[in-house]
Design a protein around this ligand. Sequence first.
Ligand SMILES: Nc1ncnc2c1ncn2[C@@H]1O[C@H](COP(=O)(O)OP(=O)(O)OP(=O)(O)O)[C@@H](O)[C@H]1O
Ligand SMILES: [Mg+2]
Length: 366
Amino acid sequence: MIQLREIEKYYGELKAVSNLNVTFPKGQISVIIGPSGCGKTTTLKMINLMVKPTHGKITIDSKDINKFHPEKLRRSIGYVIQNIGLFPHMSVSNNISVVPRLLKWSKHKIRERTNELLELVGLDSKIYLEKYPNQLSGGEAQRIGVARALAADPSILLMDEPFGAVDPLTREILQTEFLEIQNRVKKTIVFITHDLDEAIKLADKLIIMKDGKIIQDDSPDRILTEPKNQFIRDFIGTDRALKRLLRLTSRDHMHDAHHVDENERVDEIVSKFAEHPFLWVTDSRGVLKGWINLRKADHKKSVSDEMTLIQPNTLSISPMNTLRDALSKMIGEGIRSIPIVDREHRLQGEVTLEGIQEVVNRQNQI
Ligand SMILES: Nc1ncnc2c1ncn2[C@@H]1O[C@H](COP(=O)(O)OP(=O)(O)OP(=O)(O)O)[C@@H](O)[C@H]1O
Ligand SMILES: [Mg+2]
């Protein structure tokens, strides 16, 4: 747990932050959001002693951070800096292993850890290890930034707009992957963003700052349902019901999906599914292959002859995607249900428009 008590930071006359009292709980994602210049990066940099507070006290697990050696403290905290910050003249593998090399890990251990981290962030080590930052896309570079921050397995991660430099689609994928990783590694994370949707989606705890001060510090749901003042109301905008969908994962709201095996014959299943003529099609391993409308299918043929193919990762989402992602995809594709698949593309269930409608109705009643 990280605690900031009565923290102030002046740059000459300028008060960058003032009277900061905040706790970042262990194993959770705390997100700081607020207008440009409100003191977010300054707050983050004080935690790893890159910036020294003018006044106040910061503790990590109740220990005053001034008692730590600054270099040692920084190495024990993962830091993803604003605008990625990969070293341009170092290969991906050297970028990732900066801290382990400083810590003088063995070559073997470094190689193992680098491969493991690339896999964790979803990149093939055979392709990426020897690349240089200018040979990476924005999204790939950000993944490497996250891998580098995790390299020495720090328990604390400070992330300053880690997904700021990528397009909205890649950003959504990175966010979902990031949540999947956090589910496994359970780090204490302080995460800065400008993007309110991202903040609501990722935060266990959301801190809204303005002019160097904290205006509200609460769960995202509380901020959406009980905004403290007009500034917060303006900040979160009018579509609060839709924003709350960002807090709900498909995993928790999916239903069993009606599906058939591609090797079935249409005439043998048509009576069984008279009520549900629209079916997802899977292979013998449960991998999603396509969909079929039995009403329009030729009864003399097999399902695989009559189905419409779905390319992997097009018309499907992962269990960690939010209901907002599911809704956007359904609206974009003009469909009323969307299949949920695991990493191997095996069908897990489906989310329907009616299901989302029910969730929104229930929320409105509370
Ligand atoms: N080294 C510095 N010297 C003087 N002023 C600084 C310094 N670093 C930051 N500031 C000022 O402190 C204030 C807070 O800066 P900070 O970088 O924390 O903002 P931020 O919330 O991270 O903004 P952004 O969203 O644009 O990244 C700003 O007014 C900035 O100009
Ligand atoms: Mg900043």
